[in-house]
Structures are given as structure tokens and as C-alpha cells.
Design a protein around this ligand. Structure first.
Ligand code: ZN
Ligand code: ZN
Ligand code: ZN
Ligand code: ZN
Length: 798
């Protein structure tokens, strides 16, 4: 998803292979500037360009009335089945395909307001009613919606507003004359009922409820670093040839202490593959949910009632103001390019948005600066040598790349620009693919007449200057070439510096009381300050996200002088050293972290190799060996190839997946049967500590929870926790998430004292990794309050 779709990659590879060898050689050795100068004519208008256009037809980014109809009808169906959350989402999808200002779009909003009402989101329901009214909702249907408005206001305790809304309905009905028919009878009945309710409430108003949680909410102590924006004062920016820029503890740091808080310089929501059709013949719409349906296109907040973009179907926002800001900053340029950006992948999209946010003036300043022989950008290695020598004589950060003249490192375009693109380390084919993709974007911007929007953004002097250069179609103007060069740089930088924004997302298992959450990649972003942290497979920090803000916390005590590490993905608890090193090769470095050294140099085995092992299908003793596995029990002497056991494992994973699909289709009994069968089979060839054994227990817990069998659920989850603990350690974030689930199960089963102690443990672990303000901690505290408010009779029973 980061890279362009496969067909385009192949197309670029064919073009590359067909180039003159001499040109290939020159491109392979070229600087970014020369790559563009040599290469921008290579996207041929008669070959590659139309091929790309054909691929773009598979992407769903525009507004299509047929899709709107489909989603509205699906929404009505879900509504009829009382699946209100699904209905609200489907009406949102319908709204995103309707033309703005059409009566149909107002119907989508009105229908969605009904679903939101049933979900108890009264404030948001009111917003949708207002939206329906402003988009020309048909007058004859209005009374029903206005009654809903009155009811919302009543539920929110705004009695005067509710009464006002009711009198508007009465007037409407009076103007329309005497009405007949059962629908109108219900309407009138509802009206009189509501009037009575309002009068009752006026007589005895409810005491205002305190909002829980707010009282305890206090901001974390935070002293900002003088030279690194967003970093704690207990860190120091260092530089040396071996490690490049890196952060070091300048004093002892405690677990849970917050070290860094940074807003992404740029982020792009990963759309999910639902928006790309696999086959161009495929036309059917489907109800799959993508990230674009769940999170705001700009701020990544979770969506309840999205505001669709007026021009496309893929950008949906949490609010009109988010939509307006996005439009102003970048979306007016991106809006019509949706299909192309989906086809070329998230990295290209991030690169485009980065230059749009920076503005042409800043982009051209830095691009020109990079040409004018500044060595830190041309030749970072040489610069490194100078700097480490300088660092010995003069403390301070002034000369470190990305720092401004006063030695401050900030989240700025300059800092993004100074991230290493590793131009010389990428394969020439890859550089060629990126260059061709970037040129395609710039050409489409020019063809769509958006060049002015791209270039004028922050440069008023250029706005007044009429275009002088006449150009043939397809050729990029010098200014656009400058933008393209910066974009190429960013695409290459992203391979090493892209930061995934992840959230804990509820899995789709429906409306069970226990929420099963798993981490999901939400967006790809540049965080120039976070990028200062080097990788370790056994990091001493945890990163968590809220919207587009990243927070880094110490996950263990860090003594003064120790380097601060962050894990880029390959963690020692999840992979063997060989797999980790393989994955890390994309960052162009060999990891020498403690875990890697231990596993490579001394014979220390990773957790994964110790625990995720096979056992003998005959006697269940551990199996030994590499390709051919032998039973460790000499009397048994069974031997099996690793391949055949791996095959069995894959088959098992497939069956588990099918069982979870059954659960999603609300066939819990069948799901349990299937999972129990999987468990029996797994015991025959997997070691009892195998992570999959834990996952099976976790799934079983989830199914029992959906059936309300809390004791069984808790028993299974406790076994899962034992295994997770063996793999990830007792204070890992993974254990935190498991304990959170256990707390919910015990809470629902009224196992009060066990619930309280589990909440306590979960809180301790999660607050270290995610901080005391995280939504999970808030939920735990609410559970605690709720348990302490239970009547004594229930407490004594347990
Ligand atoms: Zn938003
Ligand atoms: Zn749009
Ligand atoms: Zn490592
Ligand atoms: Zn055996």
C-alpha cells in the first residue's frame, strides 16, 4: 500500500529494462536533480501515461450516484435490523457519493440522524438534522425529523429549545392543513407525548450529572527541552559518525516518563485496499469498511457522522472545520487526483502533501540550497566526519543537520528536508519507479490546471507574474520540476523515515460487551523529531498516538547517558534475528542492538525460537533440528520435515480465520466447536508455549464473552495471558492489553474483587506505555468507579 500498485511497478520496470544501457548507468549514478532532468521525458504520452490512466480507472475516488443508491439501500436494510452503527456508516458512505446540495444528500443526513439517535449520540444527531435542513430536506418529510430534534434536545435537558422545536413542528403541521393517514396519526401522537414529557421535566428537573474523569484529569508534568521542540528536558541531541543524530538521556529517567510529544509534520490516512478493485471487470459495490470510513481524512479522529468532501468520495471529515482547513492546506490540489494517488501508493501521497504543506517558497529555497554545494545535503557522510570532530571541541547542536542557526531542532520543513534520502543506496530501478511516479503526479497537476494552486500557495510575487514559459503538453515547468525534485526526495526518505500511526481498533465482531481491540496501521507520517530516535529490537521506549500526535514514553528505567531507542517494527519478541535483519535492510543498516548481538555472537536464543517450537506428533516431546526435525525423546525416534509441520501450521491458521468469520456472522456456537477442534489439533504438534496456543485461548475467551459466559471467558483469557507473558514479559504493552480485556470480562461477570485487582494491574502497565490520559486508562477508571458504586448486596455475593 505504501508503494504503487504492482501493475505500475511492472510497467516502470519494463521501461527501465528497455532504456539504453548508457542512460541507465547515468541515471543510476545521478543526483536527485539530475535524475529528474534526465528522466522526466521518459514517461511517454503514448505508452506509460495511458497505461497509468487505465490503472487509475480501478480506483474509487469520484462521486457515483449508483454507489449512493446502493449504500442508502444497504443502510435502510441495516437500520431495519436495528444495526444502527452499521446503518450510520452506510448512510455516510451514501452521502459521500451524492452530489452536494442535492435532496438525496439531505436524505442521507436525515436517515443517519435517526441511526445516531438510536445509538444515543444526541449532539451529533442534532448536527446531522441541521445538515439535512441546510441541504434542502423535502418539506413534507420535515415534521418527523423536527420531532427527533425535539426529542434529542429533551434528552440533553435543553427544555426550552425542545419546546421551541415542537412549536415549529406544530406550525408546519398547521400550515399543511388537516392531515390524515396512519403515518400522520403516529406523528401527532408522538408530538403530544413529547409535549407531556417536556412539561414533566420542567416540573422536576434532574440534578445535573457530574462528568466523571474530569476531576482526576491533570496534565502531566512536562519541562520542554531548550533545543529540541517537543522533547523533554531530560534528553540531549547527540551526533557521531556511527549513529548519526540520536537522543541520549541527560539524567535518570523513570518508566512511564513522557520523553517526546510531537504533532506529525504531515500525515496521510492509509485508505485500505477496499478502494482499489482487484479486477477491472469488477463493478459491484460492497459494504466493506475502510479506514476512510472510520477516521477523519485530516485529523484521524474517529468518525461518527462524517462530513463528505464536496468533490470526491474518498475524503471524509470529522467536522466542517476540518474539511475547510484540509481544503485550504492541500485538498483543493489533491481532490481530483484521488484515483492517481490511490494507484501510486501512500508514499507518493505523503510526498505530495509534504510539499503542499511546505509551500513553494520554502520548497524552492531548500531545493536551491541543496544544489548550491551545501555539503550536508549532497554528502552527508563527509558532513558526519566534520561534525564528530567539531562535537569534540564544541558542545552544542548548531552544526547538526536540520538544526536552525541558533542550534534548535524543530518540527519544520527544513527538518523534514534534512532527513537522509540515501539516494546512493536505493536500487536504480526503485529510484526510477519513484521518479516516474512523481513526474506522473506533476503532469496531472499541470493538466488539471492546478499548477497555479500548487505554486501560488505561499508566494504572492509569483501569483502576479504571468506565465511566460510556453511548454508543450506533458513537459514540466521549471517550478514544477523543483516540486518534483523535492517530492522524489521525500519518497526516498520515507523508506527509512516513514512513521506508521497506529491505533487500537475494535475488531469487527459486532456488539459484544467485550471489545476486542488490535493495533491497526492508520496513517503514514513524517515526525522529524521522532525520527531522531534510532532503532533497537529491544527498545527502551513505547510510542502511542492520539490523532496525529505521537507520544514517546520510557518503558523501563533509563540511566543518564544511555541512548533512547525506538523499535521500527522488528521486535525481538516477535521475530528471530535473521527475520529482523532482513526487514531492517530496507533502512540500510545492520542492527547491532543488544538483542541482535546476543543472538548473532553468543548463542543466546530469541524468545521466538525458544517458545514457538514444534512438538513431536507422536509423543509431544520437543522436536529438534533445522530442516529435518527429530523427536528429542530417543525412544520415540519420529522425524518430520519442518516444511510439513509449517504447512500444518498454515492450515491451522486458515481454520482459525474461518472460525472468526463464523463469529462475525453471529454463529458463536459453531465458532466455539471449530476453535476447540483447532485447539486439539494444535496440541498435537505445537509446543504448549507457542504463541498460537495463546491466540486460540484468546479467541475462545472472545466467543464465550459474546455469549455472556464470563467465567469460561475469564478462564481462557488467563491461559492466554500466561503465554503472552512468556513471550513479551510481564510489563509489556501486550500484557497490558490482555489484562484490559480480562478486566472487562470480570467486570461484566460481577467478579468484583478479581476485577478490581486486574484493573489495578492493567492500569499500572498501560499508564507506563500509553500515559494516564489514554482512553483505555479512562475506561478502566470508569469501571472502577462503577464497581465502587455497586450496591452492597451485590458486592457481598461475590
Ligand atoms: Zn478531523
Ligand atoms: Zn475531495
Ligand atoms: Zn536488533
Ligand atoms: Zn516423539
Amino acid at each position: 500500500m505504501e508503494l504503487p500498485v504492482e501493475e505500475w511497478r511492472l510497467c516502470a520496470a519494463r521501461r527501465w529494462a528497455a532504456l539504453e544501457p548508457a542512460l541507465r548507468e547515468r541515471l543510476a549514478a545521478a543526483s536527485l536533480h539530475d535524475t529528474l532532468r534526465l528522466g522526466c521525458g521518459l514517461l511517454r504520452p503514448e505508452a506509460e501515461a495511458p497505461a497509468l490512466r487505465r490503472l487509475c480507472r480501478r480506483a474509487r475516488a469520484g462521486k457515483e450516484p449508483a454507489a449512493a443508491r446502493f449504500y442508502r439501500e444497504e443502510g435502510n436494510r441495516s437500520f431495519g435490523r436495528r444495526r444502527y452503527a452499521a446503518a450510520a456508516r452506510l448512510y455516510s458512505q451514501a452521502a459521500s457519493h451524492e452530489l452536494p446540495g442535492s435532496p438525496e444528500v439531505s436524505v442521507c443526513f436525515a436517515n443517519r440522524s435517526a441511526a445516531l439517535f438510536h445509538l444515543g449520540h444526541f449532539e451529533v444527531c442534532l448536527e446531522d438534522i441541521a445538515r439535512a435542513e441546510s441541504h434542502g430536506y423535502p418539506d413534507r418529510l420535515l415534521p418527523k425529523v423536527l420531532l427527533r430534534k425535539a426529542e434529542c434536545l429533551l434528552r440533553l435537558g435543553r427544555l426550552q429549545d425542545a419546546a421551541d422545536a415542537l412549536s415549529v413542528v406544530e406550525n408546519k403541521i398547521a400550515v399543511a392543513g388537516i392531515m390524515t393517514g396512519p403515518a400522520h396519526q403516529t406523528l401527532l401522537k408522538k408530538l403530544s407525548q413529547l409535549k407531556i414529557k417536556i412539561q414533566e421535566k420542567e416540573r422536576c428537573p434532574e440534578p445535573a450529572r457530574e462528568t466523571r474523569g474530569d476531576i482526576q484529569r491533570k496534565s502531566e508534568f512536562w519541562e520542554e527541552n531548550d533545543s529540541i521542540s517537543g522533547a523533554s528536558s531530560s534528553l540531549r541531541l547527540n551526533f557521531d559518525t556511527e549513529r548519526g543524530r540520536h537522543l541520549v538521556a541527560s539524567q535518570d529517567i523513570l518508566p512511564g516518563q513522557s520523553l517526546l510529544e510531537e504533532e506529525a509534520f504531515v500525515s496521510v490516512l492509509c485508505p485500505g485496499d477496499g478502494l482499489l478493485l482487484q479486477d477491472s471487470a469488477e463493478t459491484a459495490w460492497d459494504t466493506r469498511v475502510t479506514n476512510a470510513d472510520l477516521y477523519c481524512h485530516r485529523c484521524l479522529r474517529q468518525l461518527l457522522a462524517s462530513v463528505p468532501c464536496q468533490g470526491c468520495s474518498y475524503a471524509k471529515y470529522c467536522s466542517q472545520s476540518c474539511a475547510d482547513v484540509a481544503w485550504e492546506q492541500y485538498h483543493r490540489t489533491e481532490c481530483s487526483l484521488g484515483a492517481l494517488l490511490l494507484t501510486l501508493g501512500v508514499f507518493c501521497h505523503v510526498a505530495l502533501r509534504t510539499v503542499l504543506l511546505a509551500g513553494f517558497a520554502e520548497v524552492s529555497r531548500l531545493v536551491e540550497w541543496s544544489h548550491n554545494g551545501d555539503r550536508d545535503l549532497q554528502d552527508p557522510e563527509a558532513r558526519c566526519k566534520d561534525l564528530s570532530e567539531a562535537a569534540e571541541t564544541r558542545a552544542g547542536t548548531r552544526g547538526i543537520p536540520g538544526c536552525n542557526d541558533s542550534g534548535q531542532y524543530q518540527s519544520s520543513y527544513q527538518a523534514v528536508f534534512s532527513l537522509l534520502p540515501h539516494t546512493e543506496k536505493h536500487s536504480p530501478e526503485h529510484k526510477f519507479l519513484c521518479m516516474l511516479s512523481v513526474v506522473a503526479i506533476c503532469q496531472q497537476l499541470q493538466e488539471a490546471g492546478l499548477e497555479a494552486a500548487v505554486l501560488n500557495q505561499e508566494s504572492s510575487e509569483r501569483r502576479s507574474k504571468p506565465k511566460t514559459c510556453e511548454k508543450t503538453s506533458g513537459e514540466l515547468s521549471p517550478e514544477m520540476k523543483m516540486m518534483a525534485e523535492a517530492m522524489l526526495r521525500h519518497v526516498l526518505q520515507l523508506q527509512c523515515n516513514a512513521q506508521a500511526i497506529t491505533v487500537m481498533q475494535e475488531s469487527e465482531s459486532g456488539d459484544g460487551a467485550v471489545v476486542n481491540k488490535k493495533p491497526v496501521r492508520l496513517a503514514t507520517a513524517f515526525f522529524p523529531v521522532l525520527s531522531l530516535l534510532n532503532h533497537s529490537c529491544c527498545p527502551n521506549t513505547s510510542v502511542s498516538f492520539s490523532g496525529t500526535t505521537a507520544t514517546v514514553r520510557a518503558s523501563q528505567p533509563i540511566p543518564s547517558g544511555q541512548e533512547i531507542f525506538h523499535c521500527y517494527g522488528p521486535h525481538r519478541c516477535r521475530m528471530r534475528v535473521a527475520e529482523r535483519q532482513q526487514l531492517l535492510s530496507q533502512y540500510f543498516f545492520d542492527c547491532r542492538c543488544r538483542a541482535c548481538r546476543d543472538e548473532l555472537e553468543s548463542d543466546v536464543k530469541s524468545v521466538v525460537s525458544l517458545r514457538n517450537t514444534f512438538c513431536c506428533p507422536g509423543c509431544r516431546a520437543p522436536m529438534q533440528g533445522e530442516d529435518m526435525l527429530c523427536c528429542s525423546n530417543e525412544a520415540c525416534a519420529i522425524s518430520v520435515s519442518r516444511e510439513s509441520l509449517s504447512c500444518r501450521l498454515r492450515d491451522l491458521q486458515q481454520r482459525i480465520k474461518r472460525a472468526l468469520e463464523l463469529l462475525r456472522d453471529r454463529k458463536a456456537d459453531q465458532a466455539i466447536k471449530m476453535l476447540l477442534k483447532c485447539q486439539v489439533d494444535a496440541e498435537c504438534f505445537l509446543s504448549p508455549e507457542h504463541l498460537l496456543m495463546g491466540e486460540l485461548e484468546d479467541h475462545l475467551a472472545q466467543v464465550y464473552a459474546t455469549l455472556g459466559k464470563w467465567q469460561e471467558a475469564a478462564r481462557h483469557l488467563e491461559r492466554s495471558i500466561e503465554i503472552v507473558e512468556m513471550h513479551h514479559g510481564p510489563s509489556s504493552i501486550e500484557i497490558g492489553h490482555e489484562l484490559f480485556k480480562l478486566a472487562q470480562i470480570l467486570f461484566n461477570g460481577f467478579a468484583v474483587s478479581e476485577a478490581l485487582s486486574t484493573i489495578q494491574r492493567a492500569e499500572e502497565i498501560l499508564s507506563v506505555h500509553c500515559g494516564p490520559q489514554s482512553p483505555q486508562i479512562q475506561e478502566l477508571q470508569e469501571m472502577k468507579t462503577c464497581l465502587s458504586e455497586l450496591p452492597r448486596s451485590i458486592l457481598q455475593r461475590t
